[in-house]
Design a protein around this ligand. Structure first.
Ligand SMILES: Nc1ncnc2c1ncn2[C@@H]1O[C@H](COP(=O)(O)OP(=O)(O)OP(=O)(O)O)[C@@H](O)[C@H]1O
Length: 370
C-alpha cells in the first residue's frame, strides 16, 4: 500500500493482484479478505462477489469501525480492475480543497498552485475510487460528483478541456443518507446514483459469533506489525467476555484491545479476568498479581477439592466472572443436549424461553453453533 498526496491521512492506494489469480492460489478469496461467517456476513460476502465485477457504483453502509473500507477493498480486489484502489476520506479534506483534490488542478488555478496536479479521480483510472464518509461531502461538491458519474469526464480546476476517466466509485457512510436526503443535506439524485448496490455491514455486536475469527486476524495483523513481540493467547473465557460486550467502536475498538493485550500479556494467556480488569478497565497488570487459575467451565456440581486447592494457593477469584462462566457453560450444555432447541433447553434450565434467549444474546451464544 502506498500513500500519496497532500492529505496523507485522507488518501491511500492499493495495487491489486488480479482476483482470479489470488482466488486460484488461495481458495475463496473473499473469506481471506473479510473474516467472519455470521449469516449477515455470508449474505454480504455473496453480494460483494456478485457486485464486484459490475461497473455500477456501490454504497457501503454501516457503523463506524465495522469494516466498510475492508468491504470496499474486497470489491476492488474481486473486480478484476487493474488500476489502483484510491481511498479518500471526504471528512478529512477541507471543503474548499476537495474539488482540487478529486479533479486535480492546472498550474496557476489558484494562489499557491505552482504546478499542475493530477486529481484522485484520474489516479483511480482503471481502478476504484473509494469515497469514505460521503455524507460529509459538501452539497456543491455532490453536484459536481454526480455530473462526473454521469459523464465519466472531469475538468481540472482552472483547466479548459475535459478528460475521460474510466473509474468505479464505491462510497461509504455511517450516516443515515436517506434521512439526510429528507433534511436536504444530501442530494437525492446522487443518493440514488450511488445506491445502485447498497451493502450493509453489521455492527460487531450483531455478530458476536464472528469475534474469535476477527480477533485471530487482528492478532495476526499485530504480530506482523510488531515482529519479535510474542503474541498473547485469548482463552475461551476471554472470548466469551469479549463477545458479550457492546463494542460501540466496533472492530476498530477491538483492535485497540488487541494492542493492549500485546503490551500487557505478550506470550501469556489472557482470561476473562484480564479482559475485564486490564484490557477494558485499563488497570496495568501488577507483577505480583496472582492470575486466576480457577478451573474453567466447571460442572454444575463443582469439584470442592479443586476449589479448596485453588483457594489455598491464594488464587484471586472474580466471583462475578466465574459465575457468569458457569452460566454460559450450563446454557451451552443444555443447548448441546437439546440439539440447539431453545424451548427444550429453557425447560431443562427452568428458565422462561425469552429469558434464555436474552442470556444467549448477551453472551453471544448461537443455538445453531452448538
Ligand atoms: N472482518 C474483519 N476482520 C478483521 N479486521 C477487520 C474486519 N473488518 C474491519 N477490520 C479492521 O477494523 C478496522 C476498522 O475497519 P474499517 O476502516 O474498514 O472500518 P470503517 O467501517 O470503514 O470505519 P469508518 O466508518 O470509521 O471509516 C481496520 O483496522 C480493519 O482492518
Amino acid at each position: 500500500m502506498t500513500t500519496h498526496w497532500m492529505f496523507q491521512e485522507a488518501v491511500t492506494t492499493v495495487v491489486p493482484l488480479p482476483g482470479s489469480v489470488e482466488q486460484a492460489l488461495c481458495g475463496r478469496l473473499i473469506d481471506r479478505l473479510i473474516p467472519g461467517n455470521a449469516p449477515r456476513m455470508q449474505r454480504l460476502k455473496q453480494l460483494v462477489e456478485f457486485v464486484a465485477p459490475c461497473d455500477a457504483p456501490a454504497l457501503v453502509i454501516g457503523p463506524s469501525g465495522s469494516g466498510k473500507e475492508l468491504v470496499a477493498e474486497a470489491l476492488h480486489r474481486l473486480s478484476g480492475r487493474r488500476g489502483e484502489f484510491v481511498a479518500v476520506n471526504c471528512a478529512a479534506i477541507p471543503a474548499e480543497l476537495l474539488e482540487g483534490e478529486l479533479f486535480g488542478h492546472e498550474k496557476g488555478a489558484f494562489t499557491g498552485a505552482e504546478r499542475s496536479r493530477t486529481g484522485l479521480i484520474e489516479l483511480a483510472a482503471g481502478g476504484t475510487l473509494f469515497l469514505d464518509e460521503i455524507g460529509d461531502m459538501p452539497l456543491a461538491m455532490q453536484a459536481k460528483l454526480l455530473r462526473v458519474l454521469e459523464s465519466r469526464q472531469i475538468r481540472r480546476v482552472g483547466g479548459n478541456g475535459t478528460v475521460s476517466v474510466d473509474f468505479r466509485v464505491v462510497a461509504a457512510t455511517h450516516r443515515g443518507l436517506e434521512a439526510m436526503v429528507t433534511a436536504g443535506t444530501f442530494r437525492a439524485d446522487l443518493f440514488y446514483r450511488l445506491s445502485a448496490f447498497p451493502l450493509d455491514v453489521p455492527a460487531l455486536s450483531e455478530r458476536p459469533g464472528d469475534l474469535p475469527v476477527i480477533l485471530e486476524r487482528l492478532v495476526e495483523d499485530q504480530r506482523k506489525q510488531t515482529p519479535g513481540f510474542p503474541a498473547p493467547e485469548f482463552d475461551t473465557s476471554a472470548l466469551r467476555a469479549l463477545a458479550a460486550r457492546d463494542w460501540p467502536g466496533n472492530i476498530r475498538e477491538l483492535r485497540s484491545i488487541v494492542q493492549r493485550a500485546f503490551a500487557f500479556f505478550g506470550g501469556q494467556t489472557v482470561t476473562a479476568r484480564e479482559v475485564e480488569r486490564n484490557l477494558i478497565q485499563m488497570q496495568p497488570p501488577l507483577a505480583e498479581e496472582n492470575r486466576c487459575e480457577w478451573p474453567e467451565a466447571p460442572s454444575p456440581a463443582g469439584d470442592a477439592s479443586s476449589f479448596d486447592a485453588a483457594l489455598s494457593k491464594g488464587v484471586d477469584l472474580d466471583l462475578r466472572i466465574y459465575l457468569r462462566d458457569i452460566e454460559v457453560s450450563l446454557i451451552e450444555a443444555a443447548l448441546g443436549q437439546t440439539a440447539g432447541c431453545v424451548t427444550r433447553a429453557a425447560e431443562a434450565l427452568r428458565l422462561r424461553r425469552t429469558t434464555l434467549i436474552e442470556k444467549m444474546k448477551k453472551y453471544g451464544i448461537a443455538a445453531a453453533a452448538i
